[in-house]
Design a protein around this ligand. Structure first.
Ligand code: HPA
Length: 245
């Protein structure tokens, strides 16, 4: 049976329902991951869990050691990765509480350690990244969302921005013109690094606010936290459903 790793984002620094067996403090050639990897049983199945921002939440999106995180998960035995992220909604269908299983990414991040093919290496592999997410995993997430009846989009283009600040209205208008539906700060380089390690990877995005300019007011942390609080149970249920499928 495939060993799944779950990468929890903001609002999911701990996986409630995980019966912990070990906490693995691993080191990697890229440094330490954000937190020890938790190995345990979730929905009756062995899983690995990693809090992307650390537990408690310590690393902002541009300071997450994505290379160490993915490397450590692979070292711990992960064979597929389900990543959870909180996002802002750009497309009208992406209201707060909506869940999206993106099928494409546009990368607007900069200055992050974004590849394993760096430094003193004797070859560079240009990975194919036409379809950044693993379609089998995506379909498992979509099937779980359908079975649970949660409002969702089975496709969407994820704009990965640098953060930690939120975007301007003009930036969101530009992302919309670029064809992006949701915006978050952690989708890249995580997806590309997983591909470099040949780890099938898909993500489940929870919309926690309308993106800048998509509502009449400004974006507050209180609204984001409320949407996370309200939505994280659905996320957990979807993950559990995928694991038993
Ligand atoms: N923009 C970028 N990242 C985010 C947002 C947003 O509006 N909401 C949650 N993560």
């Amino acid at each position: 049976m495939t060993v799944y790793a779950i990468i929890g984002g903001t609002g999911l620094t701990q996986l409630e329902g995980l019966t912990l067996k070990d906490s693995l403090s691993l080191d990697t050639p890229y440094g330490a991951p954000s937190a020890p990897i938790q190995r345990g049983e979730f929905a009756g199945r062995e899983v690995l869990f990693l809090a992307r921002h650390g537990h408690p939440h310590r690393f902002p999106p541009h300071q997450v050691n994505y290379r160490a995180n993915l490397w450590a998960l692979k070292q711990a035995g992960a064979e597929a990765v389900l990543a959870v992220n909180a996002v802002g909604g750009i497309h009208a269908a992406m209201g707060s509480g909506h869940l999206c299983v993106p099928h494409q990414i546009v990368d607007y991040t900069w200055g992050r350690e974004h590849t394993y093919f760096a430094g003193d290496i004797d070859h560079v592999t240009h990975i194919d990244f036409s379809h950044p997410y693993d379609e089998v995993l995506r379909q498992k997430l979509v099937a779980a969302l359908q079975a649970l009846g949660h409002p969702h989009s089975s496709h969407g283009v994820y704009a990965a921005t640098q953060g930690p600040r939120l975007e301007t209205v003009a930036e969101i208008a530009k992302l919309e013109r670029d064809g992006c539906d949701i915006v978050g700060m952690t989708g890249m380089p995580e997806a590309a690094l997983a591909r470099e390690l040949e780890l099938p990877y898909a993500c489940l995005s929870l919309v926690v606010n309308p993106a800048a300019g998509k509502s009449s007011g400004i974006i507050t942390m209180a609204e984001i936290e409320q949407a996370l609080h309200d939505g994280i149970g659905k996320v957990r249920a979807v993950l559990a459903r995928v694991l038993v499928s």
